[in-house]
Design a protein around this ligand. Structure first.
Ligand SMILES: [Mn+2]
Length: 333
């Protein structure tokens, strides 16, 4: 029996005809159909129709990896909190004037568990696994949910392997992550971008905490561009500067500590003076309109028990990224 009371009801996600919501979770024992079952624990709570891999335009890969966090911990819980919060997002998006999620099809993969036999082994494992997932995805848009920022480098390197032309990494972050090594490991979250500089250009936006060593690395590398958070408060010229530095193919890595900690306090290393919501969306909209974004990740959410706003913000950010990626398809221009 279709549930017509409320689009938040179980089995969220329009059926192919778009007229009703499917209800029953797969594998339900006979006789239990039609009861008020909760939404699936998938991105947006999409059901097995709207979330089917075969027809999905976008795929989410949760990687709840945390090992080298230097200050506050908890990024291991990030992917789960994003997916949970996403189940309460309005499917309707005002910018594209439709329920974008069911129209796109978004498939949520199970979380990838990495070995605990050290950071190097875990990063090697992730690079292999990510390459395998990217291959299986074909032309579906792959977005990875972290986890700490170190998960980005294996993903970027795997994407660099897939694209013969040099890609640009667009890094939204408070920190440059250009340390050659940190706390004894070159695989630290603080070294995530240093790991990729010889394979990709890196345009870092929102930066407001760097070390002297990182400034040396940035100044001596033609591949590194920094847009400082304090220039972003003055006017929008930073957007032009960032766009000019982006090549035609972009990998987007979004460390949520980019945002001001008044918006996202739930992160390992919060830094004051971060950008806000609407200018960030304006920038992302432009990036997706003017460049080909080949893949993305959103990392470093460390949920605070009882504080849901940052989890919801990050879930909505993920939804907006997917909407911008398919903006033309969704609006028909
Ligand atoms: Mn950061």
């Amino acid at each position: 029996m279709p549930n017509q009371r409320n689009p938040r009801a179980p089995g969220r996600g329009a059926d192919p005809a778009g007229a009703r919501y499917s209800v029953n979770p797969p594998g339900l024992p006979r006789g239990l159909e039609g009861l008020d079952w909760e939404l699936p624990h998938t991105f947006l709570g999409l059901d097995e129709v709207a979330g089917a891999f075969e027809t999905a335009k976008a795929v989410l890969l949760p990687v709840p990896y945390e090992s080298t966090t230097s200050y506050g911990g908890g990024t291991r819980e990030g992917p789960r909190a994003i997916v949970e919060a996403s189940r309460y997002i309005e499917l309707y998006d005002q910018e594209v004037d439709r329920e974008a999620g069911p129209a796109l099809g978004i498939h949520t993969l199970p979380a990838l568990e990495l070995t605990r036999a050290g950071a190097t082994a875990a990063m090697d494992e992730l690079r292999t696994a990510y390459a395998c997932v990217a291959e299986a995805c074909g032309d579906r848009f792959l977005l990875m949910l972290g986890g700490e920022h170190s998960v980005s480098s294996p993903a970027i390197l795997a994407q660099a392997d897939r694209h013969p032309e040099r890609i640009t990494v667009l890094q939204l972050d408070a920190h440059a992550d250009l340390r050659l090594e940190y706390e004894g490991t070159p695989n630290s979250h603080a070294s995530a971008m240093a790991r990729v500089l010889d394979r990709a250009d890196v345009v870092a936006v929102g930066i407001r905490a760097v070390s002297a060593e990182e400034m040396e690395v940035s100044r001596s590398s033609k591949a590194s561009t920094i847009v400082w958070a304090d220039e972003m408060w003055q006017d929008d010229r930073w957007m032009d500067r960032a766009m000019e530095a982006l090549g035609p193919k972009v990998y987007l890595t979004f460390d949520v500590d980019y945002f001001d900690p008044s918006l996202v306090p739930s992160t390992g290393t919060p830094e004051p003076g971060g950008p806000g919501w609407y200018r960030t969306l304006a920038f992302l909209r432009r990036v997706f309109r003017e460049r080909e974004v080949v893949a993305a990740d959103v990392v470093e959410l460390a949920p605070t028990p009882g504080l849901h706003a940052p989890d919801f913000l990050v879930a909505k950010l993920v939804y907006k990224i997917l909407i911008y990626r398919f903006q033309r398809m969704l609006t028909g221009d």
